[in-house]
Structure formats: C-alpha cells, structure tokens
Design a protein around this ligand. Structure first.
Ligand code: DX5
Ligand code: ZN
Length: 209
C-alpha cells in the first residue's frame, strides 16, 4: 500500500521534526481548505512551499476549495506530483486541464455523498481517483466502510475501460481500517491522526504499508 500521511494533523510549530518522523512514507498529503468548500481553513501555498523545501518526499496536494482553477498555479512546486480537485467544485473540468498544463498528475475526488457515476466520463483524463472516506474538513473522523463499494466499482471500471488511474482513500485510515481498504482494491491511503498521534510514526507507516 502506498502511504501518504496528511500533514494536517502535524504540529506546525515543529514542521521540520514532524516531516522527519514521516520520511519513510511515499508522499506527504497536503490538505488545502478554503473555509468555503469545507467548514475549515488549513494552510496555503507558502507553508506548502516550505514543506516542498524541507521534505524530500513527493507531495500529494488535495484541494478542498470552491474555485480550484484560481489555486492550481499557486501550488506548482517542484515536488508536487499530484494535484487533486473535487468533482463538486466549480469549473473542475477547466481545473483538470490547468493541472495538466502545469505538468502535474491529475486527481479527481468524490465526497461521501457523490457517486462514481459523476466521474465516469472523465476517468480517462485522470491519474488518480480520491474516494473520501469521511466528510472532508477535519482530521480524526471515523472511517466510512460503505465507501468501499465505490472503490470496488472503480476497480471494475478501470479494468473494463483498460485505464490505469490509482485509487486513493482519505479519512479515518488506521491499523483497524487499512485491511478493508486493501481488500477493496485501494492503491494509496492517506492517514493523518493515526500516523501523527502515534508514539512512533515510522512504525505506524510500516503497519499501514
Ligand atoms: C479530511 C482530510 C484528510 C484528513 C485525514 O478533510 O482530507 O486528509 O486530514 O485525517 P485522518 O486520517 O485523521 O482522518
Ligand atoms: Zn486529504
């Protein structure tokens, strides 16, 4: 399993040390919240730029914003590999084109209430599908196992259409829920509180992997 710890739950007054704790992971997951698309504000391009400088890991940027098109260029940092936008956001199709123009891989995300049907027609344009396993906005919420139905549907669609996007889950991932993800066919898992609240984050990453 590819593991992307979400920096959202880290101690931002000790970013350097926090990033060292997760250096054995595959990506740093960057949760960007605008206080409008979700009822919370996280951080923006300048902190992301600092993470880009301090960490050696690739960055997985998750835009939980109403107007992704406005933000994409601002997150065009060297180590950013994926930029994910929500299908529920405004002008997400233009945003997909803009991510491609920036030379980054494209992710599309669906909230718990959104079905796979809403992204069926764009699956051939994306490198990653992010299935939210909590309502976006906050770390530390409970995993929604019923979302695995969407993961299984995506696995089937990927095969039927001969595509090769990755399937990622985000929210409530821990040692208790990772097996369900694996079984459903998830390729990449985001984990915030399980990793950063663990007394040994490297151990937590190893367990999830
Ligand atoms: C939720 C965020 C998640 C969150 C995951 O809106 O997108 O990335 O930080 O945190 P945990 O693992 O604590 O659910
Ligand atoms: Zn996220």
């Amino acid at each position: 399993m590819i593991i992307a710890p979400s920096i959202l739950t880290a101690d931002f007054t000790a970013l350097d040390q926090e990033l060292k704790k997760i250096e054995t992971a595959d990506y740093v997951h960057i949760d960007i919240m605008d206080g409008h698309f979700v009822p919370n504000i996280s951080f923006g391009p300048s902190i992301t730029n600092q993470i880009n400088k301090i960490s050696k890991l690739k960055l997985d940027v998750h835009l939980m914003v109403t107007h992704p098109l406005f933000w994409i260029e601002k997150f065009n940092f060297s180590q950013v590999e994926f930029i994910t936008v929500h299908v529920e956001s405004i002008d997400y199709e233009k945003a997909i084109d803009s991510i491609k123009s920036a030379g980054k891989k494209v992710g599309i995300s669906i909230k718990p209430g959104t079905q796979v049907d809403s992204i069926k027609n764009i699956l051939n344009q994306v490198d990653l599908v992010l299935v939210m396993t909590v309502e976006p906005g906050f770390g530390g919420q409970s995993f929604m196992p019923e979302m695995m139905r969407k993961v299984k549907e995506l696995v089937l669609l990927r095969k039927a259409k001969a595509l090769n996007f990755m399937i990622e889950v985000d929210g409530g991932v821990s040692d208790k829920t990772i097996d369900i993800c694996k079984l459903a066919g998830v390729d990449m898992a985001v984990a915030g509180s399980f990793v950063f609240n663990h007394q040994n984050p490297k151990k937590a990453i190893e367990v999830l992997k």
